[in-house]
Design a protein around this ligand. Structure first.
Ligand SMILES: C[S@@+](CC[C@H](N)C(=O)[O-])C[C@H]1O[C@@H](n2cnc3c(N)ncnc32)[C@H](O)[C@@H]1O
Length: 224
């Protein structure tokens, strides 16, 4: 995308966000610290008002719809394990372009919200699996695995640098396990992630900047 079209997209996103804030403002149901995330709910799910379900963790950790689509477009046509599916932001986007998605989450209640949310988007090619991805990895067969492990709560923003061991699951162990079982491994990281750490794996990778409102909100690493 050219710089000019990026700027136009960013402006359109900002205007849509301001408009929603003006006409659809609501106090966040999970307290003032999640007001900002709640204000962005229509960017998280464009069909939010059709009955999207979330809890507090799901709300602040879900991948915005635009970003989820950008990531899914890179995995189009492949079978995918969404190893940390949360309330289903990525799962729903994968299911739109991938023949089969295995959506895994440790938290049964969050997984059931993901199932419900996928129903709102009429996605039926998803198998939801409750459990620990680290235990389940060897039992799953797919072309690709998408890793979006917790970043340690909203405080990750205050870290000047983010390392593999800052994920709530040790990132190094997670990657090694994933390299053993899947041909294509994809990892979503915060903007301040330290890429030098990836040299130890000796695997080539490409990085996608995920922009929202013209700002990088995350980076997605595709190990090829
Ligand atoms: C950052 S959120 C994922 C958000 C998701 N990509 C979305 O768009 O909604 C991380 C999720 O990982 C789950 N989780 C944490 N440890 C896990 C594990 N060992 N195996 C599977 N899921 C786990 C948490 O319950 C949480 O829902």
């Amino acid at each position: 995308m050219s710089r000019l079209s990026e700027m136009v997209v960013a402006l359109a996103e900002k205007l849509r966000y301001r408009w929603n804030l003006l006409v659809r403002y609501q106090d966040a149901p999970f307290g003032p610290e999640l007001q900002e995330a709640w204000n962005h709910r229509y960017e998280l799910f464009s069909r939010f008002d059709e009955g999207i379900q979330t809890d507090a963790i799901g709300l602040y950790s879900v991948t915005p719809e635009k970003t989820a689509k950008e990531i899914a477009d890179r995995l189009k046509g492949l079978t995918v394990v969404d190893a940390f599916c949360g309330i289903g932001g990525n799962t729903i986007a994968f299911a739109a372009v991938c023949p089969k998605v295995y959506a895994v989450d440790l938290d049964k209640q969050r997984l059931s919200k993901a199932r419900h949310n996928a129903g709102i988007y009429n996605r039926s090619n998803i198998e939801f699996i409750a459990g620990d991805f680290l235990q389940l990895a060897s039992t799953l067969t797919a072309d690709a695995v998408y890793l979006d492990p917790p970043w340690g709560g909203p405080s990750f923003r205050h870290k000047p640098a983010f390392y593999l061991n800052d994920f709530s699951q040790d990132g190094r162990q997670l990657l090694e396990l994933s390299f053993r079982h899947f041909r294509l491994v994809v990892l979503r990281v915060p903007e301040q992630f330290v890429f030098d750490e990836l040299n130890q794996f000796g695997r080539p990778y490409e990085v996608q900047d995920n922009l929202l409102h013209g700002r990088v909100i995350s980076k997605t690493i595709y190990f090829v």
